[in-house]
Design a protein around this ligand. Structure first.
Ligand SMILES: NC(=O)c1ccc[n+]([C@@H]2O[C@H](COP(=O)([O-])OP(=O)(O)OC[C@H]3O[C@@H](n4cnc5c(N)ncnc54)[C@H](OP(=O)(O)O)[C@@H]3O)[C@@H](O)[C@H]2O)c1
Length: 227
């Protein structure tokens, strides 16, 4: 088992690298080559026994990496935010859709055929095209027709210790969790399990678990499957 984690420096990604190493999975943690914190990540992931991979985001370079180190699992955990879009030239189209699709296309071109575990989102519906959810729906559609084995994860809010403050996420999660706690009292257990927030470490364990579980190939993992 060898895993390649794209978005390894994110809240979910760093926990996925740790969860994979806990299970003894050989892991390459991808860090963008121009990251100002490349040395920090090398130290942090190195301490977990993971290799840091700083392959540039081009199809040719990523294909060469997958040829040299064929993964059996690829985690697609990338995403930008509205705030980051303003700070760097990025969009849901170029990052959430573009880089994830590039990763899948590189795996196909390399003939690697890994299971692609894609961190999508609660609320994604087939056929959506616009905005954040539309980018995710189109990634899912691309993966379905790519020929790669896939698992999509659709959690609700993800919480944890972030490097940056995201008050909207915390408020959204506590409002949703509060409403769901009420719903649970009135028999809405399934609703609460599906739409309740996930903390990043529990989510990471869930992503690795479904990624390694043959019964989740070609399936969507909802919030409850990931806890
Ligand atoms: N937060 C939620 O409540 C929630 C719920 C469901 C789904 N999701 C989705 O799940 C995914 C992971 O969530 P998260 O909270 O773990 O995300 P996160 O902490 O914001 O991490 C995002 C990752 O994407 C990378 N990235 C962002 N912009 C990039 C760019 N222009 N080029 C290359 N890499 C880039 C980041 O790299 P750097 O560290 O180098 O910037 C980081 O590794 C995201 O797509 C998110 O939208 C989030």
């Amino acid at each position: 088992m060898t895993a390649f984690v794209a978005g390894a420096t994110g809240l979910t990604g760093r926990a996925v690298v740790a969860a994979l190493r806990q299970r003894g999975v050989e892991t390459r943690a991808h860090v963008r080559p121009d990251s100002s914190r490349l040395a920090d990540w090398q130290a942090r992931f190195g301490a977990l026994g993971a290799e840091v991979d700083a392959t540039p985001w081009t199809l040719a370079a990523m294909t060469a990496t997958f040829r040299a180190h064929p993964p059996t699992l690829v985690f697609g955990l990338l995403g930008t935010t509205r705030k980051r879009m303003q700070a760097e030239e990025a969009s849901y189209e170029t990052v959430d859709y573009g880089l994830t699709v590039l990763l899948a296309d590189a795996a196909v071109a390399a003939g690697a055929r890994p299971r692609f575990v894609y961190l999508s989102s609660q609320g994604v519906k087939d056929g959506q095209t616009a905005g954040y959810l539309g980018a995710r729906a189109r990634v899912e559609a691309h993966l379905r027709q790519s020929g790669l084995p896939w698992t999509f994860a659709r959690p609700s809010f993800i919480l944890g210790d972030r490097d940056e403050a995201r008050p909207g996420e915390r408020v959204g999660a506590s409002v949703a969790d509060g409403l769901l706690a009420v719903a649970r009292v009135f028999g809405g257990r399934k609703l609460a399990e599906r739409y309740g927030s996930n903390d990043n470490e529990t989510l990471a364990q869930g992503l690795v678990r479904v990624g390694l579980d043959p019964s989740f190939e070609g399936r969507i993992a909802e919030g409850a499957d990931l806890r």
